[in-house]
Design a protein around this ligand. Sequence first.
Ligand SMILES: Cc1cc2nc3c(=O)[nH]c(=O)nc-3n(C[C@H](O)[C@H](O)[C@H](O)COP(=O)(O)OP(=O)(O)OC[C@H]3O[C@@H](n4cnc5c(N)ncnc54)[C@H](O)[C@@H]3O)c2cc1C
Length: 263
Amino acid sequence: MRIIVCIKQVPDTEELGKVRINSQTNTLIREGVPSIINPFDENAIEEALRLKEKKGGRVIALSMGPPQAEEALRKALAMGVDEAVLLSDKAFAGSDTLATSYTLAMAIKKIGEFDLVLSGKQAIDGDTAQVGPGVAEWLGIPQITYARKIEIDDSKIRVERVLEDSFEVVETPLPVLVTVTKDINDPRYPSLKGLLKAKREKVSIWTCQDLSLEKEKIGLDGSPTQVIEIFIPQSLQKGEILSGETSQVADKLIKEMKKMKLI
Ligand SMILES: Cc1cc2nc3c(=O)[nH]c(=O)nc-3n(C[C@H](O)[C@H](O)[C@H](O)COP(=O)(O)OP(=O)(O)OC[C@H]3O[C@@H](n4cnc5c(N)ncnc54)[C@H](O)[C@@H]3O)c2cc1C
């Protein structure tokens, strides 16, 4: 099996308290904030490695981002992926989800034959959950989102897909793109051997010249989305801490909830 995993480097949300917004440019100030692999993408890498362990084949990690996104790909190599490709070029800057998914899809076409493309269900910074489905559309292949279990049998895939309060089972022929949730597995830690190997491995860097791209579909020109405003919502209601004996606190709480017509 040939599996391609799309991974995005994102700011560590545990540090998000430290992320500030530039009010002039309406963009996040990322300086000084550590970067990690988008957590859902670690699940996607883990699933790819497990499928390879069962079925054999090759796992290729693919990311689009600035040069420092190579760190994320090195971690993927340390976890056990066979190959890593970074799409990095000033021409890709300013890409929205449409341009990002187009560029990733064109890179997947260049990689060549594949059975499965895996991505996270969403990125914890942009949070749109559009890139995986977008890539499937550009490639003209089926997509199954929000996977919590994947089984592959000959040329068919069967996926348990998480719904709000249940799940559904979806089957389709390969090749297919699947986006995964946290429920699917627990990502492995890179081994010491993996970390040493990843230091020596080559990450292929592809620029705009390496891909057959229509220039009007990439970067800012290929991005119809316009961000009007980004802001941190103000908290309008102040919380109240009830103190005293437990039974008194419970009485006060019940009174308050009745006043607010919550019970
Ligand atoms: C007008 C505009 C301009 C922007 N300019 C920039 C910019 O200059 N630089 C910038 O970094 N961002 C920029 N962004 C943000 C960028 O569009 C999104 O970060 C990106 O398209 C991914 O969207 P998302 O974070 O919502 O991912 P989601 O759709 O939530 O991600 C789902 C999954 O898709 C895959 N994925 C997402 N992004 C990538 C990627 N880059 N590489 C590999 N796999 C990926 C991952 O598997 C991820 O789990 C811009 C956005 C807009 C609207």
